[in-house]
Design a protein around this ligand. Structure first.
Ligand code: ATP
Length: 272
């Protein structure tokens, strides 16, 4: 990451508060000591602003892939490229945000101050960071919970705070690793809708790992099904579903058709 000085050139990525980044993985390899190879030359190309779900059998390497894309781990071979490049832009943009299954909130901070934390770390003045945090918390339906502490929130509310905190820096790429898996179905469906609305508004590229084929079909524009390790792409499908998603979609024949295709690819990937 680079920081900008007053006379440095204009940022590579314009700080316009929205937009995604193209992510290309070529020949990515990763194995762990004593274990079999997890990724043995994986290729994937995510267009800027895409919403892609990643599914695959347990232990096939989905989290490993996400960690490599996030720069939390290094591949043994292969390349990972971003376009436009992920130079940190002038000010407060953090190019990549990561949401885990556990919300990881700081218990001694209020909801507002948890969400404002990335901006505080970037040196943003209190009034500006609180305003940005308040806006996002309003968008995830927590406008009246700003002064609460994490212990006073339900699991679904904590995940909303986590999502708002990830988006407060307007990232170019949002990585989510089974973020709503621990929630009940109704809450999960609501959060899926909020995530899609935020994606439409902000236009970031989203890579979403889930075990639920139904959630992948409902949320994503494109679903990538991986085989058991070493992970191969069993199916890379752009879903033929309307851009507008809503609860009635789950009952439509097109939804069942897509779900069936994913299910069969997942089963093949688990046995072949
Ligand atoms: N740091 C590590 N050290 C050793 N082995 C690891 C490490 N991280 C992951 N693995 C192994 O790599 C394989 C893939 O793990 P990963 O967590 O990426 O799978 P996953 O597809 O996300 O699984 P799940 O769906 O169950 O969350 C597993 O066999 C796991 O035990």
């Amino acid at each position: 990451m680079t920081s900008s000085s007053p006379d440095s050139p204009a940022p590579v990525v314009p700080d316009d508060g929205r937009g995604g980044v193209r992510v290309r993985l070529e020949g990515l390899r990763r194995s762990f000591p004593g274990g079999a190879s997890v990724l043995s030359g994986l290729d994937l190309d995510l267009s800027a602003g895409a919403f892609v779900a990643l599914v695959g059998p347990s232990g096939c390497g989905k989290s490993t892939l996400l960690r490599l894309v996030a720069g939390l781990d290094t591949p043994e071979a292969g390349t990972l490229s971003f376009s436009p490049s992920l130079e940190r832009t002038r000010g407060t943009r953090s190019p990549i945000a990561y949401v885990f299954q556990d919300a990881h909130l700081l218990p001694w901070r209020t909801v507002l101050d948890n969400v404002a934390l990335p901006l505080e770390l970037a040196g943003v003045a209190e009034s500006a960071r609180h305003e940005a945090a308040r806006t996002l918390l309003g968008e995830v339906g927590l406008g009246d919970a700003l002064a609460r502490y994490p212990a006073q929130l339900s699991g679904g509310m904590r995940m909303r705070v986590s999502l708002a905190r990830a988006l407060v820096t307007r990232p170019r790429l949002l990585l989510l690793d089974e973020p709503f898996a621990a929630l009940d179905e109704l809450t999960r469906n609501r959060l899926d809708d909020q995530l899609r609305a935020l994606w439409k508004e902000l236009g970031m590229t989203v890579l979403f790992v889930t075990h639920s084929l139904s959630e992948a079909t409902y949320l994503a524009e494109r679903v990538v099904v991986l085989s058991r390790r070493p992970a191969r792409v069993m199916l890379d499908r752009t879903l033929e579903l309307p851009a507008e998603r809503g609860p009635s979609l789950r009952a439509e024949p097109g939804f069942a058709h897509e779900l069936g295709l994913l299910q069969r690819a997942l089963e093949r990937g688990d046995t072949e």
